[in-house]
Design a protein around this ligand. Structure first.
Ligand code: SF4
Length: 369
């Protein structure tokens, strides 16, 4: 049973210390395990119009739920300023998340501001967005025009009854598929479609989803159900291992392994033997990929998390609103990354085997997936 009292944000997050020496960013930052800082995920809202049972279950996120007040959210100017400091440290990819990011008003304006940033070498950034697809049909073209490169769309089933049971707000599959097609028509590709697989909930949809997207321009990715946050009552028995997903698909549509596109890619790539395109398997539970994890996360209210499963963030907003200089904030970010040693998924078994889950983790709807 999900717990009713959950931690939306990390109220205790202290502002990071400003190092005495303000070293200029080199673009070559590495953490304590030698991992570079390459991706920044920016959550722009803690709200969502779905109530997916694994992310924002209705019994917790009900009408009395206290979302963050608008003044707590980082403004577009604050987000862009922080993002530019991360870019100077080596970040080349920005992903907008939520909640549902398309619920943030005038998001196109933020996309436009972020797309004007350049790496120290003068390269444009890869700007992507993860969405539930519900508003995509309406927004795809304006997002593309603003400078968005790609979208990733979450879709957990093709069967309407199953999908509606999962999103818990009666949203139809056809409307998400229309959003995906609109994004494709607008040029927001290659589009990835993410399916979180939960045993007994939607695992019967694995093969129909594979069949549907085989031969399409879209890359379907299967994600092992994860223990993010504290509200979804996660249980290891509800995880369908990626190997089982591959086995079920291969039985009907044989698969062959593919090389990773780049170091640190979260999805293992497989292609259909008959040339019908590729799928991805994200094995965050059974085959952790912490060793190449180059992702930082900025929460809706400006806290920096160095791991999806972190229990504490670092309050960059306090520095921004305290009049700190770019050099000071940049040095603080650099110092935080240099001591980062997170590798939660690699140590999950120990943490979830009994009563040892020491602290409550922040919710995925707050930190971004
Ligand atoms: S558990 Fe943390 S360190 Fe490991 S891959 Fe996920 S976000 Fe990265």
């Amino acid at each position: 049973m999900a717990e009713k009292t959950i931690m939306l944000s990390d109220g205790r997050a202290p502002p990071p210390a400003i190092p005495a020496r303000l070293d200029a960013p080199t673009g070559l930052l590495a953490d304590a395990l030698g991992r570079p800082l390459h991706d920044l995920r920016i959550s722009v809202t803690d709200r969502c119009n779905f109530r997916c049972v694994y992310c924002m279950p209705k019994e917790v996120f009900d009408k009395d739920y206290a979302y963050l007040p608008h003044a707590s959210l980082l403004s577009f100017e604050e987000i862009t300023r922080v993002a530019s400091l991360f870019v100077a440290h080596g970040v080349e990819k920005l992903r907008l998340t939520g909640g549902e990011p398309l619920l943030r008003k005038n998001l196109e304006r933020l996309v436009g501001m972020l797309s004007a940033l350049r790496t120290p070498g003068g390269k444009a950034l890869d700007i992507t967005l993860t969405t539930n697809g519900s508003l995509l049909a309406k927004k795809a073209q304006s997002l593309k025009d603003a400078g968005l490169n790609r979208v990733t769309v979450s879709l957990d089933a093709l069967d309407d009854a199953t999908f509606k049971r999962m999103n818990d707000v009666d949203f139809a599959v056809a409307d998400v598929l229309a959003g995906i097609d609109a994004a494709h028509a607008a040029g927001l590709g290659p589009i990835k479609v993410n399916m979180v697989v939960k045993a007994g909930m939607n695992d019967q949809e694995i093969v129909p989803m594979a069949r549907h997207f085989k031969g399409s321009p879209y890359i379907l990715r299967f994600i092992e159900y994860m223990d993010v946050g504290a509200s979804n009552g996660w249980n290891l028995a509800e995880v369908i291992p990626s190997a089982e997903v591959a086995r079920r698909i291969s039985a009907e549509m044989p698969l062959l392994p593919l090389q990773a596109n780049y170091n640190g890619e979260t999805a293992a790539r497989w292609r259909y033997a008959d040339g019908g395109g590729e799928i991805g398997l994200i094995s965050s539970v059974t085959q952790a990929f912490c060793k190449d994890c180059s992702r930082a996360r900025l929460s809706t209210e400006g806290k920096l998390f160095t791991c999806l499963f972190a229990t504490r963030g670092h309050d960059l907003r306090a520095l921004l609103r305290d009049g700190r200089s770019d050099a000071e904030i940049s040095a603080a970010i650099g110092a935080l990354w240099q001591v980062r040693a997170d590798r939660y998924s690699e140590t999950r078994t120990m943490n979830t085997s009994g009563k040892e889950r020491p602290e409550k983790r922040v919710e995925m709807s707050y930190i971004g997936g």
